[in-house]
Design a protein around this ligand. Structure first.
Ligand SMILES: Nc1ncnc2c1ncn2[C@@H]1O[C@H](COP(=O)(O)OP(=O)(O)O)[C@@H](O)[C@H]1O
Ligand SMILES: [Mg+2]
Length: 387
């Protein structure tokens, strides 16, 4: 019979009694109005959060401590080329090449260990990114996850590179021009001065004894011509110190301090360096020399300092320059040209440009009453080479 239950029993034994089938009792869930409201509210909250994330103009995501993605916006999906449902719960670091993932993981661990927001830049697949990581805490203050905001700054980075290149080109053109003017002054005018001086000497020697008055006049002219020769040499070295080409940066700084700074009443200076025999590369030499010149000019004009320390160090392909005075100091924000008016305060900006043009970074540490330190750091590819 169709509906008869098949009874299985061992041969020769009594039929096996069938256990009555009992369904486990499932308690019928009957959500209360309160639960239903709560459910709808959290659903609505999630939707609002998602809309907020999607409205953010950059890549935005939330990850757990190991990197599991728990929320993300449409820019994250676009960037990874997947739907949100495909990336949720996946590990964010699985989406990047090993080297990039390593660096980003380290940044995440840094934010987790310090508990502070972190800001850094990196490059992936020829594109440049700026990341901002913020640890998020629960009401007890424990970090539960991280919010990551990532901006594609490739255009910006390329523009920065172009400006740097342009700035370097501009600076080197200016230096080339200066060098040419200094050479012309030194060689052409200097030679003329020597010839004129020699002519006057022989004229004076050829004059008879009785023309004493004319002889005195000529002697005076010869003295003035010699002074003119000295002035031309000083001006020419001021425009472009030929010493920097022949002997390098450290001797040129020593010469500058001796010639110009020594005569400034009341300012004692000390110059310390381990670069006496090192060639830092011409672009670097001249840029650092100009930064020192501008810093010392500022010390003379504004600092009312008693002591200045000039420190130039090169070690492990890192060059560090520091010009420190114990003068009145100043408020940096107040000194920038857009605060002080056009044409004023270009010195600080030009120093920064000079440092950037050789791939360096210029930092100014100062505050009223605390003196001023101008610090430049840069890496060189090889000792004696340009950055
Ligand atoms: N070493 C310093 N000590 C005190 N004040 C300084 C120093 N260097 C710069 N400043 C302040 O910063 C301002 C901007 O300097 P700078 O850009 O070189 O322009 P400028 O020297 O033409 O005023 C100065 O006017 C001065 O107020
Ligand atoms: Mg100045």
């Amino acid at each position: 019979m169709k509906n008869e239950v098949k009874k299985r029993s061992l041969p020769g034994s009594a039929p096996y009694p069938r256990a009555p089938r009992k369904r486990p009792k499932i308690k019928k869930l009957n959500p209360s109005d309160k639960d239903r409201k709560k459910y709808h509210k959290s659903k609505r909250d999630l939707e609002i959060c998602q809309r907020l994330l999607d409205a953010h103009p950059d890549i935005a995501l939330m990850i757990e401590k190991e990197g599991r993605i728990i929320a993300g916006n449409r820019f994250l999906c676009n960037g990874l080329g997947c739907d949100l449902s495909d990336i949720l719960n996946k590990n964010i670091f699985d989406f990047f090449p090993e080297e990039v993932a390593k660096k980003r993981k380290a940044a995440m661990e840094n934010a987790l260990s310090t508990g502070k927001s972190l800001f850094y830049r990196d490059c992936n697949n020829n594109r440049f990114f700026e990341h901002h990581i913020t640890p998020l805490r629960d009401p007890q203050g424990d970090i539960t996850c991280l919010a990551v905001f990532t901006r594609d700054i490739t255009h910006h980075a390329h523009a920065e590179e172009s400006v740097k290149l342009l700035s370097w080109k501009l600076m080197s053109t200016i230096e080339e021009e200066r060098k040419k003017i200094a050479c012309d002054l030194h060689d052409k005018c200097g030679q003329l001065v020597t010839v004129v001086s020699m002519g006057l000497h022989s004229l004076k020697e050829g004059l008879p004894e009785e023309m004493e008055g004319t002889k005195l006049l000529l002697a005076n002219c010869i003295r003035l011509i010699a002074e003119l020769g000295d002035k031309i040499r000083t001006i020419s070295s001021g425009i472009h110190p030929d010493m920097i080409d022949n002997l390098g940066l450290a001797p040129a700084i020593e010469w500058y301090l001796e010639t110009y700074f020594r005569n400034i009443a009341g300012i004692h200076y000390e110059f310390k360096t381990n670069c006496k025999d090192k060639n830092l590369g011409h672009g670097i030499d001249i840029a650092l020399y100009r930064i020192i010149q501008e810093s010392l000019n500022n010390v003379i004009r504004h600092a009312r300092a008693r002591n200045v320390l000039i420190l130039l160090e090169a070690e492990n392909r890192v060059v560090r320059l520091k010009i420190q005075d114990d003068g009145v100091g100043f408020t940096l924000e107040e000194a920038l040209p857009f605060k002080k008016g056009e044409g004023v305060g270009m010195g600080l900006l030009s120093m920064r440009e000079r440092a950037a043009s050789i791939g360096g970074r210029l930092l100014i540490q100062t505050s009223p009453g605390k003196g001023t330190a101008v610090i430049v750091t840069l890496s060189v590819r090889k000792e004696g080479g340009d950055p």
